[in-house]
Design a binder for this molecule. Structure first.
Ligand code: PHE
Length: 454
């Protein structure tokens, strides 16, 4: 990044912005959450819905955030205040709240990843067996300690304000993910269960989709928003660094393509391994990526080294996303209360650690936080953003989007009417169904049994 004449940093290169946005988007959402959602929502039927959401809803919704960011040149909270004013400034408050909730359990899962770096180095999960190992480290004191370490890393990076570090990290991370994941996907291809897994993963069962759309739709909406870092202003902040000759559509498209490709690749590793090991993807739940990769590494030559590399890259991906989450909260505290960056980061990091601590009691708590955050909060944030931009400030939005897009006139109107009606309607339906899913979860066996056991 370099300093512009106005004294505000802009990305030194277009690539710098894309790298940072990809760094936010690519993370546990692709590697941990995606296979877990696929497993719970019936395989390829979910994927079809998810892809539809990413392209038809997520991509236009990303443009909504880009427009606010570039127009105001401010972060999520300040950008909303400047763009909208009045009571809309509380939308910034919602973003801060969402950042708090998501990072609190994201860090717990990030802690699992850190534990698996260690487990790879020592061969721990190979000796103990992938299933037992996951049970042992995913809750209790082990998980609490790892959660603390993950949050500490986030706080250190953000307190130091190392933006260049993020750029560099992502530059290494994306090619590393592609190389290591491709290697594991090729290995997975050779397994006896691969054929069965591919048909589960790639050929959608439309009857299943029709019978279960009420849970698949909100799950796909939640995954679409979560994985693209939408619905809480993260992309407002990043786009605020962009210059006006940038084509927002091309940038957004690049981010969506990278992000989706990495998710699909992850599934090509996870499902052949689970099927070959005789593990039902539905029951492996939040453990899917950890169980499958641990299983594979136990059988591979140089498994431990590959494991260290694999989980280290995943940790970098998780950290670069976590940084974008905490940044929304930290910049709010700096703007609003005038606290110094280090102090703000330490206070906020500690509060988030505390909010995440109950998640380490039992993995069912991950579901509690996660359904609430992805299927309700992010979708709600998306609905409010889309309404604000497309209905209340259409002229500014159109004007801003058209800058840098010269080749295709009329596309701005297509975008405006897409977000105004179909996107908004689908998101409102998704929110309604997401609330339903959350209520079902709260009254379901897994959660009530857990409460009874306390
Ligand atoms: N997109 C990130 C991931 O997939 C998570 C995230 C969600 C980051 C919302 C910022 C905002 O891991």
């Amino acid at each position: 990044m370099s300093n512009s004449s106005a004294g505000r940093e802009t990305w030194s290169t277009r690539i710098g912005f894309i790298l940072a946005a990809v760094g936010s988007a690519v993370g546990l959402g692709n590697i941990w959450r995606f296979p877990f959602q696929v497993g719970q929502e019936g395989g390829a039927a979910f994927i079809v819905m998810y892809l539809a959401f990413v392209v038809l809803i997520g991509f236009p919704a990303m443009m909504v955030e880009f427009v606010v960011g570039r127009q105001t040149g401010l972060n999520a909270v300040g950008g909303i205040r400047e763009f909208a004013g009045g009571a809309w400034k509380y939308l910034g408050g919602l973003f801060v709240f969402i950042g708090f909730v998501i990072l609190s359990y994201y860090s717990v899962v990030g802690g699992w990843v850190l534990r698996y770096i260690l487990g790879s180095a020592t061969g721990g999960y190979i000796a103990q067996g992938p299933g037992e190992y996951f049970v042992q480290i995913s809750s209790g004191l082990d998980a609490l300690a790892a959660h603390a370490v993950f949050m500490l890393l986030v706080v250190i990076i953000v307190a130091l304000g190392v933006k260049q570090g993020i750029e560099l990290g992502v530059k290494i991370m994306v090619p590393a993910i592609i190389a290591i994941f491709a290697l594991l996907a090729v290995y997975a291809f050779t397994l006896p269960g691969a054929g069965e897994a591919y048909s589960y993963y790639l050929s959608p069962d439309l009857d299943y989709l029709l019978a279960n759309w009420q849970s698949i739709v909100p799950a796909a909406a939640g995954q679409g928003f979560f994985t693209l870092s939408l619905g809480m202003g993260v992309m407002i902040t990043y786009a605020s660094y962009l210059s006006e000759d940038e084509n927002l559509g091309i940038d957004g498209g690049t981010i969506v393509i990278f992000n989706t490709g990495i998710s699909i690749l992850t599934g090509l590793i996870v499902f052949p391994i689970l099927f070959s090991a005789g593990v039902d993807p539905e029951t492996s739940g939040a453990g899917a990526i950890f169980l499958s990769v641990a299983e594979a590494l136990g059988n591979l030559q140089f498994g431990r080294i590959i494991g260290v590399l694999f989980f280290t890259t995943v940790a970098i991906a998780a950290l670069s996303s976590a940084i974008s989450l905490i940044e929304v909260v930290v910049s709010y505290a700096i703007d609003e209360f005038g606290i110094a960056r280090e102090r703000a980061t330490i206070l906020i990091g500690s509060a988030i650690f505390l909010l995440g601590a109950p998640v380490t009691i039992d993995t069912v708590m991950v579901d509690l936080y996660d359904i609430f955050a992805a299927q309700i909060l992010l979708v709600l944030g998306g609905i409010l953003l889309v309404t604000l931009v497309s209905w209340l400030h259409p002229e500014e939005a159109i004007d801003e989007l058209s800058k840098g897009i010269k080749s295709f006139s009329g596309i701005d109107q297509v975008w405006l009417w897409t977000v105004r009606i179909p996107v908004l309607v689908v998101l409102i339906v998704s929110l309604y169904l997401g609330i339903d899913t959350f209520v079902d979860f709260l009254t379901g066996d897994a959660f009530t049994d857990f409460l009874a056991s306390l």
